[in-house]
Design a protein. Sequence first.
Length: 402
Amino acid sequence: MILISLLGTAVASLLLVASLSDLISLARVVLGRGSARPAQRPDGTPRLLFLVPAHNEELLITSCVHSFLQQEYPAAALAMFVIADNCTDRTAALARAAGATCLERYDLSHPGKPQAIAWALRRLPIADFDGVVIVDADVVLDAGFAAGIAEAAPVRAKVVQAYNDVRNPHDSALTRMAAVLSAANHGFAFALKTRAGVNVPLGAGMSIGTDVLQKYGWQVFTIGEDWELYALLTEQGVHTESAPRARIYAEEARSLRQSQSQRHRWTAGKLTVLFRYGRRLLHSRSVDAYRKLDAIAELLATGPAVHLGVVVALATALLVSNAPGAPWVVGALLASLLRPTTYALLALVQDPEPWRAALAFSYLPIYTVWRLGVQATALTMLGDKPWVRTERNQLRQASGKP
């Protein structure tokens, strides 16, 4: 019983780190100690190079390219390159037919998205641009995406993260919950971090300043390359911020079976980065204690469903066993749920169909049990293990909107 109590206390402490960081961020914003952008952007329009790594993406590459061509932004300041990486389908031909420049790479001994990006960056004139925007082939860009990135100018010396939205929110309960989670993160949690002056996590649609690339190069090759880049740049003191008006829409998995490989990769990648960079972040001399705390909190975060499952399981075990201090530990565990619950409720209020989105959460108990299983089995993928790509849905017509 004492061991259960100690375990519960340790887990509650780890789960509360993110809440503590957000409270500090909120205090900084209220006290006016956050990050303020210039009232006006510098003269000139940022030049953006879009890089699309694609492996056998013939179903979705056309819509991705077409959404780029529909940008409400000076065409002379934009360029797109698709990397057809070890493709055995029509990805390259379709990308060119849609209007993109396509680079074809064949290297079966070094497969994978991070390797494809590194290969392309060595061949492209990135010094002629202000930022390199990396987007997945299964996304479409909002027509105002490039303009949204430009609002964060100057962009050469920092990384700007786009708002990741869901392209198919009405397909299933899973996709509706994913849309709420995206809004909770990008609409509220990341917005608070940007205002407080701490780094936001990175993902699809990030714009990497070319000064950053020229200084640090592309050094991330794990299966969680986005998280690795976030940890590496945070350790070096490079600023990352959100651009809420730069929206991309990604195809979300419709079913648990379709979602499994994706969740395995995300979970294993994040844990790998935590193990490799946790100590380096704590010992970094380029960032202060507050930013270290926030970065560690992000790497420790398990996701709302796993968080809920762990809290329910531990709270039940503590109460049933009548472990020492059980009420206090259970209270701390439940308190850790206030943060994700608050963000989810704020996102639900802003959802176009709030009642339908709320009804989708009736599936949450099943999803939570499934996610706990995925979390456990993802441990077998730690390191640089290969991963199975997510099954794609049928082709959607090209559009700048979902």
